[in-house]
Ligand binder design. Sequence first.
Ligand code: FS2
Ligand code: SF4
Length: 544
Amino acid sequence: MFCNQCEQTAKGIGCEKVGVCGKNEGVASLQDLLTHALQGLAIVAVAARKVGIVDPAVDHFTAEATFACLTNVDFDPARFETWIRKTVELRDSLRARAEGAGATISNDTPALSYRPAADLAGLEAQGVALNFIPSLDENEDLRSLKQITLYGLRGLAAYTDHAAILGQESDEVYAFLQQALADLTRNDLGLDELVALVLKCGEVNLKAMELLDAGNTGTYGHPVPTPVPLGHKAGKAILVSGHDLRDLQLLLEQTKDKGIFVYTHGEMLPCHAYPELKKHPHFYGHYGTAWQNQQKEFAEFPGAILFTTNCIQKPRESYQDNVFTTGLVGWPGLTHIGEDKDFTPVIERALALPGFPNDEDKGEVLTGFARNTVLGVADKVIEGVKSGAIKHFFLVGGCDGAKPGRNYYTEFVEQVPQDCIVLTLACGKFRFFDKKLGDIGGIPRLLDVGQCNDAYSAIQIAVALAGAFDCGVNDLPLSLILSWYEQKAVIILLTLLHLGIKDIRLGPTLPAFITPNVLNVLVDNFAIKPISATPQEDLQAILA
Ligand code: FS2
Ligand code: SF4
């Protein structure tokens, strides 16, 4: 296996024997094989589009299966086998229809003629034989750009799938996903064309995130400022992790009047701010911090745990019977709740477990500062900047992870001067989410915009402020201090680059899949920079 798609990749180079995330060689090979098969399906889908055939089932399947290869989503070999076989079935049936309508599709890439082996061991051997990442391109800079594209596509597919679940889809997004997957099989694309493809990923992702924002706010209302308890109530308990709002909604409906309190974990925290979710009286509080602490935190949770998306880690024996998965997330041996979303097994498990013995007050945190709320007080914000009461905004957000260097983000927020405001989003916020930073003229100094899935909201805030000050986003007193871990962070970064946003500081380390030459392109065009050794250095440079 060779995988270097995430920030925790072994030795900062690549996972070659087993993933630091827990992915074994078999699953890594199956993910490579699935991606290869999806490229064959994508080439056929592109050809089919040209003769007027668009298949919504193929489109949504492509997004789902691409998302399944994102870090920490699915570790279950059996499901990858199902996806690989289905990909080839869809490819062959769509091909027959497209050719029947006049399309010409040659067999000039192995992805088009690929035939799955008879069993799982055979599939894994096929995946190993692909040598997928090294074979993307002989030239390491072109390979680097193809990897950025592929990982960006996995992030794009995640947002596309989330939006589709809430009924928001766009043919433009699906068509691009397929075209880009197909383009990655080509060996005639040069540096400039691949840089353009990378930026196009960012552009299309803006559309995907807009759709997701429309899905979330259209279904559940605009988030409103909401205090969220960090303690618990006496009683049975279910913890919901991941990112999926619909799963949470359905679970809240199915647990009504059952004497169970529902808690959020990790990226689900901002769900407390949606009117259509917060209206449930048994939707109580937030438990725990970011994904990388789950093995310790889940062991201490006295109820059932539902994982709706990434980031799952190997469940410890002490709590594995309490953990359930749904949607694309999976771990072999755990009970998976299927498309019927019947959460009865989760509820029964919660009722069988002890729950919390007593009420405990551990304070609260504020969430709900998505675009509607922040822009609702835009006049106050603008006045604060004009009067000098607000000197600067910092967007400190992105993914959390296990590296000790991530303390940088905690210290950064602690050291932000009193006349500055911190906007945050995604699970990186757990480095400082419970800090009491006070307010400036009634505007809290720490504003939680939402999940990584809500990056669109943060972009809209920046764009609206730039409009109000009649300047570009780069001219605002705003700096982006981002942390990355997986491929949703990659695609958000590409969207920011597409928007021409400069001077982004990125950490804790730069991606292993970016070569020095490709980094030079990014530095020259976008002045992107790694975070410094200490927050003091960066704060001084920014505020000078
Ligand atoms: Fe955090 Fe993990 Fe949200 Fe990422 S919970 S790192 O995949 O999606 O941010
Ligand atoms: Fe390694 Fe990350 Fe790939 Fe897992 S996803 S195998 S940790 S690079």
